[in-house]
Design a protein around this ligand. Sequence first.
Ligand SMILES: CC(=O)N[C@H]1[C@@H](OP(=O)(O)O)O[C@H](CO)[C@@H](O)[C@@H]1O
Ligand SMILES: [Mg+2]
Length: 570
Amino acid sequence: MKQPMADEEKQRSLLLESASRFPLPSGAKFSYGTAGFRSDGSILASTVFRAAIVAVLRSLKTGSAVGLMITASHNPVGDNGVKIADPDGGMMTQQWEPFADALANAPNPEHLLQLVIQFSKEENITLGGGQSAEILLGRDTRPSGEALLEAAKQGINAIIGAVAIDMGILTTPQLHWMVRSRNKGMKASEPDYFMQLSRSFKCLMDLVPHEKIKDRMDAKLVVDGANGVGGEKLEELKKMMSGLKIYVRNSGKKGEGILNERCGADYVQKEKVVPCGFGLGDVGIRCASLDGDADRLVYFSVLSQTSGSIDLVDGDKILSLFAVFIKEQLSILNQKENELCKEFPARLGIVQTAYANGASTDYLKQLGLEVVLAPTGVKYLHKKALEYDIGIYFEANGHGTILFSENFISRLEAMNNELASASAGTECHKAALRLLAVSQLINQAVGDALSGLLLVEAVLQYMGWSIQRWSELYSDLPSRQLKVKVADRSAVVTANAETRVVKPLGLQEVIDAETAKHNRGRCFIRPSGTEDIIRVYAEASTQEAADSLAHFVVQHVDHFLGFSSPPQLA
Ligand SMILES: CC(=O)N[C@H]1[C@@H](OP(=O)(O)O)O[C@H](CO)[C@@H](O)[C@@H]1O
Ligand SMILES: [Mg+2]
């Protein structure tokens, strides 16, 4: 026979006692920003402990497994962070962020306990062991990760009935994939992940049209692993694959270099230079860069003109490549000649942020595609992409994926079955098989550099395109990004997916006036969700004009908000 009062009492003292082992560092203030809590790894134990409690409550509330990932992505090796994956494998619902913030900043164990009790009441969560909770834990390769993982386990064990399942060192997208798969009752281990990726990749490669095989591009691909977890995982994955010759540099092996230091997708995209370990010997070869937790991917080729210079193929171009491919498969499915193919309506939507290069947006619109803007941050893009049968989203920095609605997948499966018996081997059947393979290959939970990379490779093979041909889809407009530290960044309020400033009053009019002076001018400012700064983005038909626009707008920001330090390149 249960004794609810005794259980509750036991829970209270367990929580108080556990929390007392993780005091809040003095003077620290934590905020669950665009990508979870981030800070110097040495002061994060209390935050991770508390985030683990949030994850347990989320699991109790939803009756499903929840994920907790310890990573600081592309940030320096000394940083670390923690974020929560919801049962569907996506980011934790934004509605819970204020509670996560409050808990992370609770000044003492008593306060923490009160917050937990109050929130549980509001959310109808029963504490005391009546229900079970399951948290999948993952971490990247950062040295501080091990101790922080321990803090997470203690946070989970502080709630009676909660179970921690340590999935080991993982890429962020692997953990999101595992949470999603587990809650769908599917196989969810790391070997299952590798198996799904390698099988669907093989399926796509087997479906490359024969006439394209003659102009097959070079199978060689050199990947910069950012000295992080992605390089290690790619080494494992490539053992299960054929048809590609993948060479990993900055693989994270001891002695090869420091995590994210002068390497990785963020460095390559922002600095537009070769990462460590790459040089003139690589001119013309197809190269790719992952970020520190392998949820971002960019491609590049080394140019021979100036040492270190590259032709960057960023998230916008990866998006464009995928969009062209998906659009082509959908039009094959809707070919008039084929009786079965006649009607296969599908809403294809493209989601970008204001940072997408204007040339990419023009290109996609010229293809007749529906393009919408979402605010910066994967959670916003992902949500928007879910509104379509097929939603493709990417940030310019290389984070993105392709989402297929369940309804679309079941229609496609039904059609595929019909085609398999009536017209197997036709172009129409192959297009259906390709789309099904893409939905298996590309991570449905979150942007994933490893699955994205395999899809890029398969699509390039399908098109028979070199990286140079791909890069020529359109030419980027020159752009400039600056960041400015101001007295209070929350004074800037934006609207229309961050393209317009609503507050301070009058600033948008000034930006408009500056922008109008430049051919193809476009400019916006927004407060960063991950740093204490305002970002300024400007684009124009020449680099000089983009630079000048960005600098003038920085001066106006100064005038309206007041600098606390000089502007820097973003
Ligand atoms: C301009 C830019 O690259 N912004 C990044 C950066 O967000 P900010 O809110 O701009 O700091 O970090 C986010 C999390 O990694 C990422 O989603 C986003 O694209
Ligand atoms: Mg990342």
